[in-house]
Design a protein around this ligand. Structure first.
Ligand code: CA
Length: 225
């Protein structure tokens, strides 16, 4: 991913840049609010790490201005402990998440992953994720080594998974959406269908994986792009 860092404390900015580069992200770093806004408006970033206390325009003003201009780059705000009000204002202004300094690097990476997680959307008649494509007209699932037609409920499950990839979908949401709210369907029916879909994914050489989350539901894992 391409990430913009807007943080005036050089040491912190450099440390963030090093960490993110290590994790194979591309980084641009700027050190004041106005530059942050100008860079972000290019629209080329997958995410932006935005400090609140900045010289010139502060982070909240930058964020307000970006959102006002229709820029929806996911924003992770950095706040000091004493800036609780700013944090709330930031979320109200359209920040996707915030992190209080000092923070653990693992947490920063996790939050960045979370705010940039977006399921795949239909392009024309197909959903695409990893090496796999799902056609909404023919219900055909295609992968590296072949394709297979999904039965109606299998298709609906796969569509939900692909549109919410890398997020945990609780079993009850599958039941509500596919079988209906007042359905008598038991949770284990989901397990049965998931196992059908898994077999088909394997059969077509897909690089997608349906992960079971204990006692909760399922998430579709795709290779990082
Ligand atoms: Ca600062």
């Amino acid at each position: 991913m391409k990430i913009l860092i807007v943080e005036d404390e050089r040491q912190l900015s450099d440390a963030l840049a090093a960490l993110l580069k290590q994790n194979l992200h591309e980084i641009d770093a700027v050190y004041d609010g106005q530059s942050g806004e100008d860079y972000a408006l290019s629209g080329i970033y997958d995410a932006m790490i935005l400090d609140i206390m900045l010289p010139g325009k502060n982070g909240i003003e930058v964020l307000r201005s970006l959102r006002g201009q229709g820029n929806s780059t996911p924003v992770l705000l950095l706040t000091a402990k004493s800036e609780v009000n700013d944090k709330i204002k930031g979320l109200d202004t359209g920040a996707d998440d915030y992190l209080t300094k000092p923070f653990a690097t693992g947490e920063l990476l996790a939050r960045l992953r979370a705010i940039t997680r977006r399921g795949s959307e239909f392009v024309g008649d197909a959903l695409q994720l990893g090496n796999t494509e799902l056609d909404k007209n023919t219900h055909e699932l295609s992968g590296k080594t072949g394709s297979v037609k999904l039965a109606s409920k299998e298709y609906q499950i796969m569509e939900m998974l692909m549109q919410n990839s890398r997020q945990i979908i609780p079993k009850e949401r599958f039941i509500e959406k596919i079988w209906g709210f007042d359905s008598e369907a038991e949770y284990n029916i989901i397990e049965v269908y998931i196992s059908f879909v898994r077999k088909k994914l394997t059969a077509i050489g897909s690089d997608l994986q349906i992960k079971a989350v204990r006692n909760t539901g399922y998430s579709l894992e795709a290779p990082e792009c």
